[in-house]
Ligand binder design. Structure first.
Ligand code: NCD
Ligand code: ZN
Length: 348
């Protein structure tokens, strides 16, 4: 079958993005708002977003950074800590400020030091969320240093996620940025109360790409890219059209000097070409007809929100991914696949 030169889909949303704050937010917000109508904004600022007031203040910053004319809607999340206040979270959800709660196991990733140390500490909050239908978004990696970094997601399923889903049988959960065939199989087995986001970079790279000709710090993220077989399982899931799988870029900007360092930080900045990267991947897989379900329909259905009414078009046209985004701060932020040519472009 010949593939078309233009596709039009409902406007997509990004169900997992890091926008940061201050000069970085100013520099990156427009890249997400350019393609996506809504985005679930991660709360791992320093200090994290834990109260309604924090979220309202942060949402104002995001709206200001995007500009008045844009139709972009940031969906705010609450960072779960051992000391989380169930009443505050419930009120934030009821008032439409918090869309979800984000669970970082303490120490799992960037700015997760304030995260949860033991699931028993947050059982009251999870019970409340289950009662009101508020989604829990999970960074699914164990932090046990004895567990190999490439096994941390699969072990998390056994040790934490599976027991949690049994204990809270009605809790809605998103397994964020999945990277393994075990996660794909687990999500499928759980039915509609468990969703999963899949990033563009985990559909494009495997662990060998991090070491191609030398060490490539800009491909280092958490969860870390796995073997090729896992990438292919993710690709099959994303392009299946199944409702459990939806778009979440996990675009995570870090200044170049913090990536290219003796101990570089985790995060891939994909926002400048995010939707086009997914289109590229889906086209290569012969599955462009499944892009709309993954990017624009499955996420809203999981969150109980309407799909966007307006549409975007992608055209077959070569263009180069912008190399870097300049910030008013000290350092630029390098894009994922900086300077490489993509054959799908978002039409104006
Ligand atoms: C994210 C970040 O930089 O905030 N980094 C990453 O590698 N994905 C945090 C996260 O989502 O794990
Ligand atoms: Zn993330």
């Amino acid at each position: 079958m010949e593939t078309p030169d233009k596709i039009t889909i409902r406007r997509p949303d990004d169900w997992h993005v890091h926008l940061r704050d201050g000069a970085v937010l100013e520099a990156v917000a427009g890249h997400t708002a350019r393609a996506f109508a809504r985005a679930i904004v991660m709360p791992n600022l320093a200090p994290p977003v834990t109260t309604i007031d924090d979220a309202l203040r942060y949402r104002d910053h995001i709206r200001a950074a995007v500009g008045d004319n844009a139709t972009f809607t940031p969906l705010m999340t609450c960072y779960l800590t051992d000391e989380a206040d169930a009443d505050e979270i419930r009120r934030g959800f009821d008032e439409g400020v918090f869309s979800a709660v984000k669970l970082y196991p303490a120490g799992a990733t960037t700015n997760s030091a304030m995260g949860v140390t033991d699931m028993s500490r947050v059982s009251g909050v999870l019970e409340m969320m289950q009662d009101i239908g508020m989604p829990l978004l999970v960074h699914g990696e164990v932090t046990d240093p004895e567990i190999d970094i490439f096994d941390r997601e699969a072990v998390y399923i056994e040790r934490v996620l599976s027991p949690m889903l049994s204990d809270f049988a009605a809790l809605k959960v998103v397994f964020e940025h999945i990277t393994t065939s075990q996660a794909v199989a687990f999500v499928r087995a759980q039915g509609p109360r468990l969703g999963a986001t899949i990033t563009a970079h985990h559909l494009l790279i495997d662990r060998n790409d991090m070491f191609k000709g030398g060490i490539r710090p800009h491909l280092y993220c958490l969860p870390i890219a796995k073997r090729k077989g896992h990438r292919l399982a993710l690709l099959e899931a994303a392009t299946s059209g199944e409702e459990s799988f939806f778009l979440g870029t996990d675009s995570a900007p870090h200044a170049i000097n913090l990536k290219e360092a003796a101990c570089g930080c985790a995060g891939v900045f994909s926002a400048p070409a995010a939707l086009e990267l997914y289109a590229h991947v889906f086209d290569q897989a012969g599955a462009l007809d499944k892009l709309e379900a993954f990017a624009s329909l499955n996420g809203p259905a999981f969150y109980g929100l309407p799909a966007n009414e307006d549409t975007v078009s992608l055209v077959r046209e070569d263009w180069q991914i912008p190399v870097a985004v300049h910030t008013a701060g000290d350092a630029d932020i390098l894009s994922f696949m900086a300077g490489e040519t993509l054959s799908w472009k978002l039409a104006d």
